[in-house]
Structure formats: structure tokens, C-alpha cells
Design a protein around this ligand. Structure first.
Ligand SMILES: Nc1ncnc2c1ncn2[C@@H]1O[C@H](COP(=O)(O)OP(=O)(O)OP(=O)(O)O)[C@@H](O)[C@H]1O
Length: 352
């Protein structure tokens, strides 16, 4: 499904292929994810609010025989944005084409894609916040009026032609909706926020994937993987794959709770789904910066990490489960973080 246009985000330790709990897709995941990706809305687990909103919009667009309104999907990586984009195309019974913001470098790239668009098809653009401003502007008229301004020639003899393009559905995904310009945001009729999954939902994801892969797993084994998956189906599927290997080599091939625990301990994924990098982040705030507040750029430098990776990959989950606070003066480790690392919290911080 991925096109050669796809480029991954800036490399950082968070994207390390050996980092088993990274929410970012690594090369190793691609073929595997294709196999496990739900293809219909009814197979898509969780995200009840987004699914309901989408189901109504799909039914209405199909009844009118029109292209679905443009859709913006936003939320942390690995929660199912690409999956939902492919489901939209399947449910509408239309073609699907995929590219990513950083892959489009010049106007010609975008013109080539838009001028070849098929009636009502889905055009999926990942990392829309990284699309160059000049290309964003070019997209505005295409999204609003289904026309494209094409400039021919240069200098005084240059002329602009307006090309009609077929009505289509633009599905854009972003981990940073705040970085979109307001004219861009205004072009989307349907805004869907994806949330972290609950442990029960992730257990369903693991059980479904195990069925597809024909790996025997019991409920407790699936639950153990779910608990350590940081609310993220991509991580749940990756952990399942590693636990499957362990069960095959060290056990009898089937996954129960003790097998899952032994495999995950070997991978150094703890009971919260933290690995060495998470612990290092929390430990750095506590030990180097007295628990915070510490500014994002200072923290990124101390960890030799990209700021983007901290904001997009680590923080959302640590904030969600209450281990980290984002305050106007910087990041602060909470009481839960101190407890988890077995460090006593100084009294003056006990408010957090
Ligand atoms: N609701 C779900 N039910 C079942 N499996 C899911 C669900 N959401 C995601 N997955 C699984 O997780 C994997 C990652 O999902 P997907 O590639 O759609 O994430 P994404 O949000 O697009 O990530 P990124 O932002 O990195 O592109 C998919 O291959 C799919 O198997």
C-alpha cells in the first residue's frame, strides 16, 4: 500500500529499529502491518467517537453519490490514521493513493498527482504539517473548487491555465494539528481526533492480530501484551510479533501470561510499556533538573534527542498516563514518575 513517495520523519533515537516500543513505523513493520491492517470500519477496533462520525459521513456521501468531504486525522503516531484512510477508500469503493508532506518538494510533484486524480478517489497525505507553504497554497483551490492553476512559460510571456480536476477526497494525517495554517484547517469538513486505546481495546487488537497470524494466544497472554503497548496498536502488534518468536523458541509456540511476561522482560519492556529511553527521560528531569520544570530544548539536548521526537513520540503517552506534566515553564516529572523510578520526591514538589 505504501507508495515510493513515502519518506519517514527525521531519524532520532526514538526511531531506532531496535526500540521495540517506538510508536513510529520502522522498516521492519511495513510488510507485517499490511497483513494486519483492518480493511473495513467494522473491523477497526476502538475510537468509537471518530468511527461514529465517519460512519455517518460515509453513509450520507454514498447516498448522495458524492465524494466524501475532506478529512483531517490527527493524533500521536501508530494509532491508525493510515488504516482509517485506507478504510475510507474501501468503504466508498474508490481508489486510494498515498504520499507524504516531505516527499512533495516541487509544484510539479503536486500538479502531477492532482491532474491524474480519479473521480471520488481518496488522496492520502501523511505528515501534512510538513508540506511546504507554497504547495499548501496550491492545494487550497484544488480542495475548494476542484481546479488547479497551471503556469506555462516564464517572465512576461507566462500564462496561467485553470485545469478542472475530478472531485476527490483529501485525507490528511498529522501528529501536530497546531502547525497547520488556518486556511488549510478550514478546508476539512471532517476532523477526527484519534485517542490512545484502552487496555481492553488493545487486547482485542492483539487477539485479532494473533488470529490473522494463526498464533495460539489466551486472554491473559493478550492482556499482558496490551498493558505494555502504550495505548498504541502499532506497538501491540510489534510486541506480539516478538513474543510469538519467544514462544516458538523457548516455549511450545502458544502465548499465555507467563510466556508473555518472560518475553517482555527479556525485551526490557516494563509493566507500563516503558523502555530504557523513557526511564532515561524521566530520570534526567528528576536528577539533572530537580524534577523540572525544564524547557523542551534543554531536555532534548541533554538526551541527544530531536525536539520533535520528544514532543510527538514520548511525551503524549507519558502525559496521558500522568508521569509528565507540560507546564508553561517546561516539563515536570510527577509523583508517579518518582514512585516508578523508586526515587523519593522532595516535599516542595508534592503538589504534582
Ligand atoms: N483500530 C485498530 N484496530 C486494529 N488494528 C489497528 C487499529 N489501528 C491501528 N491498527 C494497527 O496498527 C498499525 C499501525 O496503524 P497505522 O499505520 O494506521 O498508524 P498511523 O496512525 O497511520 O501511524 P503513523 O502516524 O506513524 O503513520 C496498523 O498496521 C494496524 O495493523
Amino acid at each position: 500500500m505504501d507508495s515510493p513517495h513515502i519518506k519517514s520523519r527525521a531519524k532520532s533515537p526514538a526511531d531506532d529499529p531496535d526500540r521495540v516500543v517506538s510508536a513510529v513505523r520502522v522498516d521492519d513493520d511495513e510488510a507485517f502491518e499490511l497483513k494486519l491492517r483492518p480493511t473495513r470500519l467494522s473491523e477497526f477496533i476502538g475510537q468509537t467517537k471518530a468511527k461514529e462520525q465517519l460512519a455517518i459521513a460515509l453513509e450520507a456521501a454514498k447516498a448522495r453519490g458524492e465524494a466524501l468531504d475532506h478529512v483531517l486525522l490527527f493524533g500521536p503516531p501508530g494509532l491508525g490514521k493510515t488504516t482509517l484512510a485506507t478504510i475510507i477508500a474501501n468503504e466508498m469503493g474508490v481508489g486510494f493513493q498515498q504520499t507524504a508532506g516531505p516527499a512533495l518538494q516541487i509544484q510539479g510533484d503536486l500538479t502531477a498527482i492532482l491532474s491524474n486524480i480519479k473521480d471520488k478517489q481518496v488522496l492520502f497525505l501523511d505528515e501534512v504539517h510538513r508540506l511546504q507553504p507554497v504547495l499548501q497554497e496550491k492545494l487550497y483551490t484544488a480542495l475548494e473548487d476542484y481546479t488547479l492553476d497551471i503556469m506555462i512559460g516564464q517572465g512576461p510571456s507566462a500564462r496561467t491555465f485553470v485545469l478542472d480536476i475530478k472531485p476527490f477526497t483529501f485525507v490528511a494525517a498529522t501528529t501536530r494539528p497546531g502547525l497547520l495554517s488556518s486556511p488549510m484547517r478550514a478546508r476539512f469538513g471532517i476532523l477526527l481526533r484519534l485517542e490512545f486505546y484502552t487496555e481492553d481495546e488493545l487486547r482485542f487488537v492483539v487477539e485479532r492480530s494473533a488470529e490473522v497470524l494463526q498464533v495460539p494466544i489466551d486472554r491473559d497472554g493478550a492482556a499482558e501484551i496490551a498493558i505494555r503497548s502504550r495505548g498504541t496498536p502499532r506497538i501491540a502488534n510489534r510486541l506480539l510479533r516478538r513474543v510469538r518468536d519467544y514462544a516458538q523458541v523457548r516455549g511450545n509456540g502458544s502465548i499465555d501470561r507467563p510466556t508473555a511476561i518472560a518475553a517482555l522482560e527479556m525485551l526490557e519492556v516494563d509493566a507500563h510499556g516503558f523502555d530504557e529511553l523513557d526511564r532515561r527521560l524521566l530520570r534526567t528531569i528528576i536528577e539533572k533538573y530537580d524534577g523540572g520544570p525544564v524547557g523542551l530544548n534543554t531536555l532534548a539536548a541533554a538526551l541527544a534527542e530531536e525536539q520533535d521526537a520528544l514532543e510527538e513520540v514520548y511525551e503524549p503517552f507519558l502525559i496521558q498516563i500522568g508521569f509528565l506534566d507540560r507546564t508553561p515553564r517546561g516539563r515536570v516529572a510527577t509523583k508517579l514518575a518518582y514512585e516508578h523510578l523508586g526515587i523519593e520526591m522532595p516535599r516542595r514538589y508534592s503538589l504534582f
